[in-house]
Design a protein around this ligand. Structure first.
Ligand code: PHE
Length: 446
């Protein structure tokens, strides 16, 4: 066992850290626009089903492996594969996860930079008295300004990497303790406001009355990918956090709590955002800009709106910050496990991710029409393929390792469950989660 590794200071710290990883742009930014682009309630329904059948059980598998290995993902997999006497090639799964987090973090930082821009804008009162179309064209003008975007992207990478460099106990735990509860509070206020708007009824209908005819293979694949993305499963990032999990904590209970919170945050932001969309005749299929147009519009109609808007973007920033710290952790832990100093590892990874992020920045101006893959520019590609394809592939392999490769006893003790419950979990993963993920992935490839 690797005794030098840090441990979360308390059970609450672990739950907060995993919630911090899960709750982020996926819930507040991606969920609403994906729901908008994929036909509304049908997408939501599928996403919740996928969270229950794949996301949750695979999340347990992933954290369990980290906890059993007590090392960085690649080294934990190498160690456990060796112990179980199975192929040493399993360690490359850790590298695949690191690559996935690398690309996700590269766009994550850019979009989080948009929040910085909007936070400053709200504090300056830039949105006061502006109409929905004015706010919309303001966002478009911002996207056409690579310098401003790069500035914010740089700032966000610095924020992330400074916490990662400080290590989990001193860095992340302190931040999580204060900020996560505040985020829920402000979302509740926003949800309360949504109830009073004219578009609330239509938003509820749009979100909760599924049109099953709207479901096609793309919608299914997108919903599955989103379930992985929002729970932060499939990139070995939670595996890295599992390594720091105390021995006496129940893993399933923690994971259930996180998933419930994660869905609650997505629903609240969905309700708030679509109420505004329908109240102001905005377009639900607007795409990645959806949140950045609807929220300033919503708050401009509220008393003290700019204050609320500023607070919202501040908390969103914190939510994305805690997720991006998790995204960076497996890559940094991999280098630290090879003897690097944390600070140096964080600097190198940060610099590389920042560079690739510039391609996303430019995807709205000079590289807009440069298509990398089936008509997608870099930003479209990187916001689609790593979340919707790489995460499910990673989750699939993680699950296979957990239920077909790891010795039963090791798995039971790392999960912290009774043998009876273990069998239920393993049966679910073997005969539901794994085949379902494989079927959706394969059929979308064909
Ligand atoms: N779950 C995060 C979000 O919803 C994104 C994420 C994906 C974080 C994968 C870590 C790993 O924003």
């Amino acid at each position: 066992m690797n005794e030098t590794l840090e441990r979360w200071q308390s059970r609450r710290a672990f739950i907060l850290a995993v919630t911090g990883a899960a709750v982020g742009l996926g819930n507040i930014w991606r969920f609403p626009y994906m729901t908008g682009e994929n036909g509304g309630a049908a997408f939501l329904l599928l996403y919740v089903v996928f969270v229950a059948l794949l996301g949750l059980p695979m999340m347990m598998a992933e954290i369990m492996i980290g906890r059993a290995g007590r090392r960085s993902p690649m080294q934990a997999l190498a160690f456990l594969a060796d112990e179980a006497g199975v192929s040493p090639l399993w360690r490359w799964l850790g590298l695949f996860g690191a690559m996935t987090t690398f690309f996700i973090l590269s766009f994550y930082s850019v979009v989080s930079g948009w929040s910085i821009e909007y936070l400053v804008g709200a504090v300056n009162g830039d949105f006061v008295g502006r109409s929905a179309p004015q706010i919309g064209s303001g966002f478009e003008a911002f996207l056409l300004d690579p310098l401003r975007m790069t500035f914010n992207h740089t700032l966000f990478m610095l924020l992330t990497m400074s916490v990662v460099a400080a290590g989990i106990n001193s860095g992340l735990e302190k931040l999580n303790n204060v900020m996560m509860p505040l985020l829920y509070l402000i979302l509740l206020v926003l949800g309360g406001y949504a109830v009073t708007t004219a578009g609330f009824g239509e938003a509820m209908h749009w979100l909760f009355t599924p049109d099953l005819a709207a479901i096609d293979l793309t919608v299914v694949l997108n919903a599955m990918g989103h379930a992985f993305f929002t729970l932060a499963v499939g990139a070995c990032a939670l595996m890295a956090y599992g390594a720091y999990m105390p021995d006496d904590q129940s893993l399933p209970r923690a994971v259930f709590a996180v998933a419930l919170l994660d869905i609650a945050v997505a629903l609240l932001s969905g309700i708030a955002i679509f109420s505004v969309v329908f109240s102001h005749g905005l377009d639900p299929t607007e795409g990645p800009g959806l949140m950045f147009v609807t929220l300033p519009v919503a708050f401009s109609g509220l008393p003290g709106g700019q204050l609320w808007l500023g607070a919202f973007f501040l908390l969103l920033l914190v939510a994305t910050w805690t997720s991006s710290i998790n995204l960076a952790e497996p890559m940094v832990a991999m280098l630290v496990g090879r003897g690097w100093r944390r600070g140096r590892a964080a600097t190198l990874i940060g610099a590389l991710v920042w560079l690739v992020g510039l391609l996303s920045v430019l995807s709205f101006s000079s590289l807009k029409d440069v298509h990398w893959f089936v008509g997608m520019n870099f930003f479209a590609l990187v916001t689609t393929v790593p979340p919707d394809i790489f995460l499910p592939i990673g989750g699939l392999l993680i699950a296979i390792f957990a239920v077909w490769r790891m010795p039963k006893e090791a798995a039971i003790s790392a999960l912290g469950v009774s043998p009876g419950r273990f069998v239920i979990w393993r049966t679910l993963v073997r005969y539901v989660s794994i085949p379902l993920t494989a079927i959706v992935l394969l059929s979308s490839l064909i």
